[in-house]
Write a protein that binds this ligand. Sequence first.
Ligand code: S3P
Length: 433
Amino acid sequence: MKQAEITKVKSLKGEIIPPPDKSISHRAVMFASIAKGRSIVRNFLRAEDPISTMNAFRSMGTEIEEKAGNALIIHGKGLHGIKEPFDVINCGNSGTTVRLISGILSGNPFFSVLTGDDSLKQRPMARVIAPLKDMGAEISARNGDKYLPMAINGRRLKAIDYKMPVASAQVKSCLILAGLYADGTTAITELQKSRDHTERMLRSMGANIEVDGLVIKVKGQAGQSELTPIDVTVPADFSSAAFFIAAALMVPNSEILIKDVCVNPTRTGMLDVVKNMGANVRIENIRDASGEPVADIYCKNSGSLKAVKISGDIMPSLIDEFPILCVLATQAEGVTEIRGAEELRVKESDRIKAMSVELKKLGVELEEYPDGISIKGKASLKGAVVESYHDHRIAMSLAIAALAAQGTTIINNSSCVDISFPGFFEELKRITS
Ligand code: S3P
């Protein structure tokens, strides 16, 4: 078991370019694999989750060349160009891989089986299986079609009009992809607006997708037209930048510039929150890169932060930032409350429970709710031995808490950071003193 040992630091200074965006890396590989022709994906995130996606498509016959500078050349053979995999597809820890791929496989006329690691095998799959079955897919899965492994017999699908019971970009994207293989126009109504990388990238490839508020309409194109290849440069991941934003706001005398970050508004809810907390954070040099807004984020420690209440429609835009926002709340003046966060219970770990248990070990007073947490701020953090639950975002959030804790913190099972941010601990060391 790998452990990370972290001690209190004096400040963070300098510049950092976080790793490439995980969500966009997954999508680029998937969509290029079902496009017709040669796509180039530059700055691909070479981390465990997107590699699971790459391996999945290779196992279905997609030729993917790996070039210098984390570039991929992907030779797509069209919407029906992938072929039956010889073996079970193992999606590892990656919910995005399994949920998005299930939409593609449902529309392809062959047999496939999807599985994953122990965490992924406990995460809910009925949320994609039920609507895919409504579209005519033949799917069965463990425990009454709830969990992996799941087996899919793909076929021509029919369009549906679907109101999503959960806010989830993975479910939405799964159904958009299935919609490409359906006869007619599939309409999906979101519960709350979630990340829209799928809509942006597929539209740029010629897919017929219309978005009107929470309603997304996808016209099936199987047998009619193919997706055109892409040439994209993946921007840095806001969810990885988030750890450094929080660190700079917690550690006195810090001043950092986080560069080339994707600031798609469906991802940056944390910026609105920290501004409400009184943080000195600025978005600079905003530009467009491959259809996504990209910018540099300047953060300067300004001393005091105020507690805030977080709930409602902002949740999907900061869904992956829940653990690090909990850490930030420990240093704010007052009690921070985060509600409407029940989805956090079914992420790579139960992130509400994980943060409640581990922050208490560091000396924080808090209360756990079924759908969130409240955290008493201005805590004097004390180093302790803490657990990552094999969850990358829990490990990295606890590492940031440790920067402000007296003494030494040991994080058990710390190698899970490789899921989204290989080299995280080295980068943290480089920018702190
Ligand atoms: C993701 C969507 C979110 C997020 C995950 C990545 C995506 O999951 O938590 O890390 O790439 O679409 P949900 O859609 O289940 O909320």
